[in-house]
Design a protein around this ligand. Structure first.
Ligand code: ZN
Length: 150
């Protein structure tokens, strides 16, 4: 994606981090405030947001570790609004707003029916699981398929 490359090139890692949380994990604008140091578990790579454990992927974890993109404490929602506005400025799109990133997440990521993890709609991340009892087939994420559990 062009936006991701652009933000990396500009070394706008905090903006990239904010973008990735919304694009990859579908975090709501009001919930982005929970992405701070006291709420991040480095061992499990996860934030606790509204009692849900959001396990971030390796790219986001690296941003946190290498570029110090999360603040020590909770920020205001307006900070994230400002970040989206800044992304819009760099991206050069007048009507690019939070909702666009969120909608793109909704279009590109599907929850796995077993583990409920939002997984990108890329064929290499999914597999078909077939149940011998009734020959039914299910599209599940690769890690669930490899575990072979129901
Ligand atoms: Zn799964």
């Amino acid at each position: 994606m062009a936006l991701r490359k652009l933000l990396k090139k500009l070394e706008k890692y905090t903006l990239l981090f904010t973008f990735e949380l919304v694009y990859r994990h579908g975090i709501r604008m009001k919930d982005l405030v929970h992405a701070h140091k006291n709420n991040y578990d480095k061992n499990t790579h996860s934030f606790t947001i509204n009692q849900d454990l959001i396990k971030v992927d390796e790219d986001i974890h690296q941003l946190i570790i290498e570029h110090d993109v999360i603040p020590d404490r909770k920020l205001l929602v307006t900070t994230f609004n400002d970040r989206i506005t800044e992304i819009k400025k760099w991206f050069g799109r007048e009507y690019f707003i939070y909702k666009d990133i969120y909608q793109t997440h909704k279009l590109h990521y599907l929850p796995c029916p077993i583990c409920e993890t939002p997984t990108k709609n890329s064929p290499s991340l999914w597999a078909i699981l077939e149940y011998a009892e009734d020959d039914s087939q299910w599209l599940v994420c690769k890690s669930c398929a490899l575990r072979g559990e129901i």
